[in-house]
Design a binder for this molecule. Structure first.
Ligand code: SF4
Ligand code: SF4
Length: 180
C-alpha cells in the first residue's frame, strides 16, 4: 500500500487552494451528496471524502471507490453553499492517486478513461467503436454489455469508419499542455 507523506498532503492542499478548491470551508451540510446521481456507487459520500482530507487521512480518500465512480457532472459543485468545487477535488484526487501509485479501487473505470484519451489522441475526437474495442482489449470483458453494443450498432450510434479532425497532433498538443 502506498502511503502519502504529510508534505505531499500539504502540497496537495496548496495546489487545490491555488486552483480555487477550498475544501476546508466545508461544514458538512451534505447538499453535495444529496444531489449526486452516483452516490449509490460510492463507498464514501463526497462530504466524507472532504472530512477525510480535513483530518489528513488522504490515503483513505485515494483508495476509495468514490473518486473513480465520480463522473465529474458538477451537480455537487453547483449545490454547495460554500462554493467548493467538489468535482475538481475528485479530479485532483484521481491525479494524485495515479501520481503516487495508489491502485485505483475501480480499475475498469481507469481503463475506460485511458481508452477515451487514446481514442482522442488518435482521431482528435471520440470514436465510440474505437473506445469500445480499446476498453475490451484492456479489460478482456468481451461478453459484458454486448447487447448494448448491438443496440448501438442497430441505431447507427457506432461509426464503423472513424472520422478524424484535420490535424490530431494539434489536439495532442492541447492534451499535453498540463503535463509540461
Ligand atoms: S455541499 Fe459543500 S459545504 Fe455542504 S457538505 Fe458538500 S462540500 Fe460541504
Ligand atoms: S461531480 Fe461526482 S460527486 Fe459530484 S455530483 Fe457528479 S458524480 Fe457526484
Amino acid at each position: 500500500m502506498s502511503s502519502i507523506s504529510l508534505k505531499q498532503i500539504g502540497l496537495f492542499k496548496e495546489h487545490m487552494a491555488n486552483n480555487g478548491v477550498h475544501f476546508s470551508r466545508c461544514y458538512h451540510c451534505r447538499c453535495c451528496g444529496n444531489g449526486c446521481p452516483f452516490l449509490p456507487a460510492f463507498d464514501f459520500a463526497p462530504n466524507t471524502i472532504i472530512r477525510l482530507l480535513q483530518f489528513n487521512l488522504i490515503n483513505e480518500a485515494l483508495e476509495s471507490t468514490t473518486i473513480w465512480a465520480c463522473v465529474g457532472c458538477n451537480t455537487c459543485s453547483m449545490e454547495c453553499p460554500m462554493l467548493i468545487d467538489i468535482a475538481g477535488l475528485m479530479d485532483g484526487l484521481r491525479q494524485l492517486a495515479l501520481a503516487t501509485g495508489v491502485p485505483p479501487a475501480e480499475p475498469d473505470i481507469l481503463s475506460f478513461h485511458q481508452a477515451v484519451m487514446d481514442s482522442i489522441s488518435k482521431y482528435g475526437r471520440t470514436n465510440k467503436l474505437d473506445i469500445m474495442i480499446r476498453y475490451k482489449l484492456k479489460t478482456r470483458t468481451w461478453l459484458q454489455d454486448w447487447q448494448v453494443g448491438l443496440k448501438m450498432l442497430a441505431k447507427r450510434k457506432l461509426d464503423i469508419f472513424a472520422s478524424k479532425v484535420r490535424d490530431p497532433a494539434l489536439i495532442n498538443t492541447l492534451l499535453n499542455t498540463d503535463k509540461k
